[in-house]
Design a binder for this molecule. Structure first.
Ligand SMILES: [Fe+2]
Length: 292
């Protein structure tokens, strides 16, 4: 699909009941980082470069703290795709990685790319980028008062949650197909796609050799989310497309329910069935053929 200029419409930080919403220094720092991401999207796509961020000692400390706590949790609960992906990509545990460098690694590996973004974008804009094999990534880090949970994406979520999974070509293909369908979806169909993305790529669980493991980035990049999912208190349901597309969510809090897929093939089949039921099924079918 042709690349189009991003319409940048993000949700303001104060709307998110964010722990840093009233910290003037934190907000100023975020503005510095996000200004460069905004400029990136205004530049010519042929010559622009992902901005580098000079992370502070305090920011790197939050990163180290979260990595140290997450690593043993990953050993216990991360799915095999994630464990394998971690070995294929170099991610520093000491300092916050630059998404420019991670994007270059992914591009060499399988053509997937990262682009900076300055906050949560509208679902259609976000999903359309996936159709082009691109993930929009925030570069700022969560507020140091709450390293274990973030109500919105940040560099920890993007890198520790998503990046190792972008080494998986079939999982990238699944995301690409959601993005292709998003280009032609009605608003109601888009809600279904957005919920499908949320309950799989963000908060999905998978059955591996009879054990439930995490493959969602919200889980793998979030200490509280991951421990909550495996605490025995969360509602764990077998994946049903009907239930997933009807299940609303709230990103401001820990998730109360999760869906378990039996395999990626199952998820791909169910997704194909969903999107070929959309109003613009013929256009979607053509795009799926030209973008396998
Ligand atoms: Fe995410």
């Amino acid at each position: 699909m042709a690349e189009k200029k991003l319409l940048i419409t993000t949700l303001p930080i104060l709307d998110l009941n964010h722990p840093g919403a009233h910290d003037v220094t934190y907000r100023k720092r975020r503005e510095e980082i996000t200004a460069a991401a905004i400029t990136f999207h205004q530049q010519d796509s042929a010559s622009r470069q992902i901005p580098l961020v000079d992370y502070t000692e305090e920011e790197n400390k939050v990163w180290q703290q979260v990595v140290q706590k997450l690593k043993p949790l990953h050993e216990q609960w991360a799915c095999s795709w994630y464990q394998e992906g971690w070995k294929k990509i170099r991610i520093s545990q000491e300092v916050i990685p630059q998404i420019r460098e991670l994007s270059a690694q992914l591009q060499t590996l399988n053509g997937f790319r990262l682009e900076p973004i300055h906050g949560l974008v509208q679902p259609r804009e976000f999903l359309l980028k996936l159709a082009q094999n691109i993930m929009l990534c925030t570069q700022y880090i969560r507020h140091s008062s709450n390293p274990e949970f973030t109500p919105e994406p940040d560099i920890i979520h993007e890198v520790l949650g998503h990046v190792p999974l972008f080494t998986h070509p079939e999982l990238n293909q699944f995301q690409r197909h959601i993005g292709i369908a998003a280009a032609f979806a009605t608003d109601q169909e888009l809600t279904s796609l957005n919920r499908l993305y949320w309950y799989t790529i963000e908060y999905g669980l998978i059955l591996e050799h009879g054990e439930i493991k995490a493959f969602g980035a919200g889980l793998l990049g979030g200490i509280k989310d991951l421990t909550n999912a495996f605490s025995g208190k969360a509602l764990i349901r077998p994946f049903s497309m009907q239930e997933v597309v009807a299940a609303d969510y709230n990103y401001s809090f820990e998730q109360p329910r999760f869906f378990v897929i039996p395999s990626l093939e199952f998820l791909q089949q169910e997704t194909r069935r969903l999107i070929l039921g959309f109003t613009a099924r013929e256009r979607i079918k053509q795009e799926l053929i030209s973008s396998p």
